[in-house]
Design a protein around this ligand. Structure first.
Ligand code: F6P
Length: 554
């Protein structure tokens, strides 16, 4: 692809930016009272307000021109058609096929060969989740399952945990769900501590079934179970979700308990597959199907809405404008919903593992972009942690504020108070506050005159900090499916604009390879490896400490 920064569309945006860079959103709103109507979109149970961005109708027209010039629509259609859009691995990326309705006319849209396996997977998920929830699935001593322990990491963990948390699943309505995702033994020790092996079911979720953290945890869980119930217990207490059937069988999990995964499903796009089994067990398969339906609703919107009224396209373009023209370095995901406390970390992997790249599809350096640093915490908690930097920091950090209009637990004035903060923060970040307002605040608070000159500059807020606001009717499986699919397609749109491949993750390999070499020297003494004096010094310090500790321990 020709260098996109030399393209007429990009050049037009450069010119537009130099003409408009001094504009303050406060003035844009004062000049035009229809900004909310102009720059907001609705789809199903989701409203996106992107008017608190430094944009004008001309900005949006130029951004849409850029999307057209980059052939976003062509790449989108190729992805949905199952073409190898994962160019470095020559694979399709067909997470959208996973959420096609079983009985809808859309099934014809499923590219060749994928629909049969998907139906088989969905039917098996329903059978297993129904059996576990009904008590039909019993452990080796005949007792029903009370706790499901999901072992996985990254895309094989974050989605299921986030969705289960968001629906506030509680024990009486289904088994207790526990998620283990770190090789740090503290996590599995704490998790298994209070569990009864007879009523515990393990799900080992790993597309490759070689991820060291996951397999180490699975082995520890197996020892814990076998010590209590014997070798034969695996058949009733272990399920696997993986593309690697051979490794699953070698681990000792029978084929009947194994769910397939496929190379056309990327890890961070996989919760719509059997990786989502914990969701189906916690909430019931019907609710899991609702989530798929929400994502499918967003898929159809992405496929059919015109670019200038297409939510994923708009969100992707706004993100590019903020990063490449306004210099934004961070993106804060701020769910004003305690149930969505897992959403920032989920979207962090989706955005940063997909688009945290410096090479384009041809292997040449990318000249602009790419993914911002994604972080976040639920409101209102984050307000007491990092909002100082959002309002008055030197780095421009843009924010996506997300809230449900209905709370899962409407208690007294809590939800109004939560939403009052949600509405206030985007207004404050946009509008800022001048010295006169700062003086008014100081006099209202009887700040001593002697301090007012000193405090005044610090009480002034420049504002003009871009934010997106997303309002959901409620956080139910359908709207959550819409929301996640929205971000999946936003990330895809940005990858097309930056001409990068969002479906591979070569960057995670080198650390893993070095860790394997260092583990060798930690476990077996072994040859010293070729590392810097710093790493060698640290390793030696650890080995010495460990040796001394072992000597002292009787
Ligand atoms: O972080 C690298 C990665 O490959 C992710 O893309 C993936 O979701 C995670 O590790 C887990 O991989 P697996 O499902 O193969 O265990």
């Amino acid at each position: 692809m020709a260098s996109f920064k030399n393209s007429p569309a990009w050049q037009a945006l450069e010119a537009h930016h130099s003409k408009t860079s001094g504009v303050h959103m406060r003035d844009l709103f004062a000049e035009d009272e229809t900004r909310f109507d102009q720059f907001s979109l609705r789809q199903g149970g989701l409203l996106l307000d992107y008017s608190k961005n430094r944009i004008s109708p001309e900005t949006m027209d130029l951004l849409v021109d850029l999307a057209r010039a980059a052939d976003v629509e062509g790449w989108r259609d190729r992805m949905f058609a199952g073409e190898p859009v994962n160019t470095t691995e020559d694979r399709a990326a067909l997470h959208v096929a996973l959420r096609l309705p079983l009985d809808g006319e859309d099934t014809a849209a499923a590219p060749q060969g994928v629909w049969g396996p998907i139906i088989a997977m969905r039917n098996k998920m329903r059978a297993v989740s129904d059996a576990v929830r009904s008590g039909g699935w019993t452990g080796v001593t005949g007792k029903p399952i009370e706790t499901v322990v999901h072992i996985g990491t990254g895309g094989s963990h974050l989605g299921p945990e986030m969705v289960c948390q968001s629906q506030g699943f509680v024990k009486p309505s289904g088994p207790e769900m526990i998620f283990i995702s770190n090789v740090d033994g503290v996590q599995i020790f704490d998790a298994l501590g209070g569990l009864a092996p007879e009523t515990t079911l393990f799900i080992v979720a790993s597309k490759t079934f070689t991820t060291e953290e996951t397999i180490t945890n699975a082995r520890t869980a197996r020892v814990w179970l076998v010590e209590a119930l014997g070798e034969g217990a695996l058949n009733k207490h272990f399920i696997a979700v993986s593309e690697n059937a051979e490794a699953v069988a070698e681990f000792g999990i029978p084929a009947d308990n194994a769910f397939d995964l496929w190379d056309w499903v990327g890890g961070r796009y996989s919760m719509w597959s059997a990786i989502g089994l914990p969701i189906a067990i916690a909430l019931g398969m019907d609710r899991f199907e609702d989530m798929l339906a929400g994502a499918h609703d967003m898929d159809r919107h992405f496929q059919s809405a015109p670019l200038n009224a297409n939510m994923p396209v708009i969100l992707g373009l706004i993100g590019l404008w903020n990063i490449d023209f306004l210099g934004a370095e961070g993106l804060a995901i701020l769910p004003y919903d305690e149930g969505l406390r897992g959403l920032p970390n989920y979207l962090r992997q989706l955005e940063m593992e997909s688009n945290g790249k410096a090479l384009d599809r041809q292997g040449d350096p990318v000249e602009a972009g790419t993914a911002a640093v994604v972080f976040g915490d639920p409101g209102t908690r984050g307000q007491h942690a990092f909002y100082q930097a959002l309002h008055q920091g030197r780095q421009l950090i843009t924010c996506d504020f997300i809230a449900p209009m209905e709370s899962r637990h409407a208690i007294g004035s809590h939800h109004d108070r939560l939403l009052a903060n949600y509405f206030a923060q985007t207004e404050a970040l946009m509008r800022g506050r001048g010295p006169e307002e700062a003086d008014a605040v100081m006099s209202a608070r009887n700040v001593p005159e002697s301090l007012r000159d000193r405090q005044r500059p610090h009480r002034v807020f420049e504002g003009n900090r871009p934010t997106n606001s997303i309002l959901l009717d409620r956080v139910d499986p359908f709207t959550l499916g819409q929301l996640i699919a929205l971000y999946e397609h936003k990330v895809f749109v940005q990858a097309v604009l930056w001409d990068i491949n969002p479906f591979d993750q070569w960057g995670v390999e080198w650390g893993k390879e070095l860790a394997a070499q260092i583990l060798e020297t930690l476990r077996n003494g072994g040859h010293d490896i070729d590392v810097s004096s710093s790493s060698q010094g640290l390793i030696d310090h650890y080995k010495t400490h460990k040796a001394q500790k072992t000597k002292k321990t009787p």
